[in-house]
Design a binder for this molecule. Structure first.
Ligand code: HEC
Length: 253
């Protein structure tokens, strides 16, 4: 049986409770979510919220409570004084304002049942099947070439467990190649310089014992994503602290 629909809870039918959430939203979330920050889903934007909810309620709670890496959405939108329950109710408030239809809610409850937690797996599982096919990985060279090897049942479907094993193995291999810090720094700068839309200057890369810290400001989320992908699997990289931000993140943080 599916979990109950959290949006149908009695307290969310109480106008005084909703009024309180509206005030909390105004105070804590509206400066990004009222349509000002282009990359943040706007309050009331049905299509955007329907798409986001498709990864399940628990995924949205987690994003709101822990934040979304490499975006302006930090833990609790920066308001860590709010309780987890209050944040969950603010998520409910967003969903109510977006008037999500009932089939979308049912689909989200089904995806919740699969208990898929890994953020990268969810973003690759675009059609919310609960498994990945090789074509889902066509833009992820490192994974694409390993697909058959990690698809244990050879049925063209990679589940979350298989995916996590593949990623862990790739990381182990990556970390086992030993490069000098200078070499690694050169390789990172070189890879970044080939990224479409990358600013020609102002990106700083520091490497110590294979741990890289990257600082700078890039144009938008798409460039940020390409930059991350271009260096993520470089051999010898032990840890990546990606502090690249977009101009938008600087304005709204
Ligand atoms: C500094 C700006 C900022 C503030 C303040 C902020 N958000 Fe966000 N939020 C974002 C951005 C940007 C995204 C989209 C990130 C992405 O998916 O690329 C986002 C996405 C979300 C999502 C969707 C998560 C997902 O997995 O798709 C939820 C839920 C959310 N915010 C809840 C909140 C709540 C609740 C508050 C107030 C307590 C809040 N946000 C305050 C910027 C902000």
């Amino acid at each position: 049986m599916l979990n109950a629909n959290p949006l149908a809870s009695p307290e969310l039918k109480d106008p005084r409770f909703i009024e309180k959430l509206a005030i909390s939203y105004q105070t804590n979330c509206s400066h990004c979510h009222s349509g000002e920050a282009p990359s943040a889903p706007s309050i009331g934007a049905t299509a955007d919220w329907t798409k986001r909810l498709s990864a399940g309620f628990s995924h949205l709670y987690e994003s709101a409570i822990e934040g979304i890496p490499n975006t302006a959405m930090s833990a609790k939108g920066g308001h860590t004084e709010l309780s987890n329950d209050e944040i969950k109710n603010l998520v409910h408030y967003f969903l109510l304002m977006a008037k999500i239809d009932s089939p979308a809610i049912q689909a989200a409850l089904k995806y919740d049942e699969l208990q898929i937690k890994d953020r990268e797996f969810i973003s690759l599982d675009q059609f919310r099947l609960g498994y990945l096919e090789k074509k889902n990985l066509s833009k992820e060279g490192a994974y694409y070439s390993q697909f058959e090897q990690y698809d244990a049942l050879q049925d063209g479907r990679m589940n979350q467990t298989e995916f996590l094993k593949m990623r862990a193995d790739l990381q182990k291999r990556q970390r086992s190649s030993k490069l000098s810090d200078d070499e690694l720094q050169k390789n990172i700068l070189n890879a970044l310089s080939k990224v479409n839309g990358m600013p020609p200057a102002g990106i700083r890369v520091a490497v110590k014992n294979g741990n890289a810290v990257i600082n700078g400001v890039v144009g938008d989320d798409a460039v940020l994503d390409r930059a991350f992908k271009s260096i993520r699997w470089l051999p010898g990289l032990q840890k990546l602290d990606n502090r690249l931000i977009t101009a938008e993140m600087m304005a709204f943080d």
